[in-house]
Write a new protein. Sequence first.
Length: 240
Amino acid sequence: MPMTQAAAAENDNDPNRPVLSRTKTTKPQITADAPSAKNDVPFTAGMKDAKAYPAISDAGDYRGRPLLYSMSPGERQTQEQQTLKLAMDEIRAYAAKHNGPAIPKTAAITEYDVRAFDLDYSSSPTIVLTARLPVAPLAQAPAAKSPAPKTAPAGDTSYFVTLVARVDINDQALKIFSSVTDSHHLDAYPRMELIDAVDADANGRADLLFRQYSDTGITYGLYRVSPYQIDKIFEGGSGL
């Protein structure tokens, strides 16, 4: 249908009417309020102290329940001592098998995190310990006529251990899983760090979610715990 003169005039007066132009496009100027590329803050800046929180998406009407196992101060101290002893045994066994730096007899784990969960409504706590043990190389006196070493002595080695234990009716912590590595073998044995317990299947039974550090990056592993064993049911992803 042809456009009338009045309609054309009305369109010409429309402030939102698009206008075609052959003028050369210029780059927008950076104002004082817009930071330049040199002033942009890197994405990873300030992430050292960042914490991760797991989230489960469920389309159904699902209500969560507390997964932490409540313990008295005395019970917590007992379980910490038992799991720390188990963890130290695992580290010594790993060091002996992989020819790692000797661990002094008086060595003790001081950097650790212990958490207790009731994963399956059994009122039987599952204890998860993650710990780090730094060990300095032993200084050795050089032989009288031996040539000077061509390489400098290696620095401190850190052993990392993750241990999962179930507490029996006698309040004894029984190891059902352990993972040990050191700062020089992350390519073969990733370091595991507990994130939290999550009910991934929305069935009232929780699993353990770990972040796994290797020399190539970060992955995540979800583990299902039974009274006598632990099984990996998912591994993948990457990120912080």
